[in-house]
Ligand binder design. Sequence first.
Ligand code: TRP
Length: 455
Amino acid sequence: MNRPSTSIHGQWSSRWAFILAATGSAVGLGNIWKFPYITGENGGGAFVLVYLLCIACIGLPLMMAEVMIGRRGRQNPVNTIKSISKEEKKSPHWKFIAWIGLLAGFIILSYYSVIAGQAIAYVFRSFAGVFEGVTPDGAHNIYATLTSDPERLLAWHTVFIVCTMTVVARGVTGGLEKLVTFIMPALVAILLILVGFAANTGDYFTQGVEFLFSPDFSKITPEGVLTAMGHAFFTLSLGMGAIMVYGSYLPKNTSILKVSITIAIADTVIALLAGMAIFPLVFANGLSIGAGPGLIFETLPIAFGHMAGGALFGGMFFLLLVFAAWSSAISLIEPAIAWLVENKQVSRRRASVTAGFAVWLLGLLTVFSYNIGQHWILFGKTMFELLDYLTANIMLPLGGLFIAIFAGWTMSKKSTQEELAITSPIVYHGWLILIRYIAPAAVIIIFLNAIGLLG
Ligand code: TRP
């Protein structure tokens, strides 16, 4: 199998289109929904620091590796890795890493869609003025009422999957860039308004910001470190081939270094803004910092309920969150669709319908884990927690580990140098050290530490 010079699925119209699409993939529920609640559960500052270190030392070099591999192979992750292995005269079995990725994306989308569905429900509640003057207890009850009703969760989950698969069926290089050009600036604007609102809480703002940024290492556990690392992968869409597939649609002469840095910074800034908007509210209203996955749904309505124009801002916020989740969801399933189209010779439409249905079905586990299936516990976790843990804390870091080894050791220096085209030898060698030694060692140490092997 030889490497094609362009992808059969099309190409981004420009470097910007790629940056936008990849940022659209990276920025999503991970930044606004997940980052705050796991930071709350894991004690704040120290957790954030570990997360930032993971972004810089593992996430960034790995993102460059994924884009590089994708652009070199120009096919779905499975075939890309197979053809690069062949060219480097290495074992074709490396393609199994792409398989872990396809599966991870599939599982993540199944629960991602249910959470995005909750955000859709909040768009309507917000515009309808349901949050006006809401108390912390009231906000809690609104969320509990939504999640305890399997039918509603199922309905919104269905809506979200249908929207996602509709875009995927049409091919992602078309409309995605336009969507993202509009949502990213708007999302940042509303987050800034929310941070402004939080800043008015005086001392609570300081308390919230300190919680986020002043590390207290006694609060972090080995399991917390694993969660921080897993989230670095999750939030940058790494470890499963999503960025690889987007890289395969990237025009030849684009600086992989620059685009990767841009995406990582944008993603991190948005997560930190979300944290700065949410934690002061948690303290100001005496809410539980470890509230878990419901955190944004129980805190932000309080802000929207007490600010001028809150119903409108709230509605817009949740709408933007849905769009951000949408542009992420597309990238979760695109590797599998590209594989179906290339290897199984089905049309994009058929592939989207089939994959969409399967993801929808798996999503039922998450829908039910909020209500009738609350008590289906395995390894001490609900079905949703289990799927989340399995993907974010295990599969993505494992996928990332293998991708790093593949890029650093299996591919020759000649190929990586040629594909990355970094002019400064220092920067190139810095990348090589990170991808060959630092990133793999960090992943392995954090894994071993979490299972207690490093005592
Ligand atoms: N990064 C997205 C978020 O933060 C989620 C996501 C999209 C993702 N594509 C991915 C996570 C691929 C892991 C792998 O919401």
